[in-house]
Design a protein around this ligand. Structure first.
Ligand SMILES: [Zn+2]
Length: 344
């Protein structure tokens, strides 16, 4: 790992009241981690979205830069997701420890993607921390381990990341308790992936969505289902949340679901036209008028999304096998043949 991380050695949080809670800021975990950084996305923010409920928001929400969260109970901390790299995960753990000295008794993984699970092994104390996830999340992590996808993204310094597999899994729903606070875990069906889970705090109106929501970023369903993701929008609305902690991007409210619905319909329409005309995904993506979606980050995801939509139109089941190598390779082609931008 890079030594001398500014975050772990020099950070000081600034605490200022924001809305319903408090907002803490810290030195960016990438400030001195690597002098070759193409851009510094800035420090994470810790926002108390309800009493003792914290959103851990990492700008700028692009590839591999996810959000997490934690809930402080009388005897424990419940962590919602970890981070992609050792430095980022250690920064998350430092933030948690500054708020509470209680042990991290439970980690919830919102899905298997490495930006949400790579830090599991660092955050968990063996024998003392329960890692909770959907069955498929554990299956995929056990099969694939920590995946670095060398060459797909701009180089990332991952650090040392011991694998941390879920120890409690479920199919549809599970309720956790943090003191008297309910944390309801619910699976929407295949959407962003086969194993998405949201964490719903009914007494607080807070919904941690995982990557069912990219706020400001292009939704990405290559490993899930476009139709399933469209249906997940109604699932998300059904909670009537007042505060939405997205998987990526700034804190938001339920209005963020609307752009996701429009985007999935846009992809389905494009795919239907491409399927009828026999147009390949990359060609259809290049010819597409992105309209309002042009302002979303990581636009190359359209190529992957079209691959999934076209596969579904050809009879592939939701979340079923797909040629990921071709799809990701064509996302790079869409990006001008360059590795995908990443400042994790
Ligand atoms: Zn994801």
């Amino acid at each position: 790992m890079p030594t001398g991380s500014a975050f772990t050695h020099d950070s000081d949080f600034a605490l200022t009241p924001v809305g319903r809670g408090a907002r803490l800021t810290a030195v960016s975990p990438t400030t001195t981690a690597n002098s070759n950084r193409r851009r510094d996305p800035g420090p994470p923010e810790i926002v108390e979205v309800a009493p003792s409920v914290y959103a851990y928001l990492q700008p700028d929400g692009t590839w591999w830069i996810n959000n997490a969260g934690f809930i402080v109970g009388p005897d424990r901390v419940t962590l919602i997701d970890t981070c992609s790299t050792e430095v980022r995960t250690r920064a998350l753990l430092a933030a948690v420890s500054r708020v509470s000295s209680n042990p991290i008794a439970t980690i919830v993984n919102t899905h298997h993607h490495g930006d949400h699970t790579n830090g599991n092994g660092l955050a968990a104390t063996p024998g003392a921390t329960t890692i909770v996830a959907h069955h498929d999340c554990r299956t995929i992590l056990a099969e694939e381990g920590i995946v670095h996808y060398d060459g797909v993204w701009e180089p990332v310094d991952w650090g040392e990341l011991p694998l941390g597999l879920p120890t409690t899994t479920f199919a549809d729903r599970l309720t956790l308790w943090s003191g008297g606070r309910r944390i309801e875990l619910r699976h929407p069906g295949v959407a962003h992936t086969t194993n998405d889970v949201v964490a719903w705090l009914p007494d607080d109106g807070v919904l941690f969505t995982g990557d069912l929501v990219f706020h400001g970023g292009t939704p990405f369903v290559l490993m899930g289902s476009v139709q399933g993701a469209l249906e997940s929008v109604e699932f998300l609305r059904s909670f009537e949340a007042t505060t939405v902690v997205p998987g990526h991007g700034p804190l938001c409210g339920p209005d963020v679901f609307d752009v996701h619905e429009r985007y999935y319909r846009f992809v389905l329409d494009l795919a239907a036209q491409a399927h009828a005309a026999g147009t390949p995904a990359l060609e259809a993506a290049r010819a597409a008028d992105l309209g309002e979606f042009a302002e979303l980050s990581d636009p190359e995801r359209l190529v992957g999304n079209l691959h999934r939509a076209l596969a579904e139109l050809s009879g592939t089941e939701r979340g079923g096998p797909i040629d990921l190598v071709t799809a990701i390779g064509e996302m790079i082609s869409f990006n001008g043949g360059r590795p995908l931008a990443c400042c994790a």
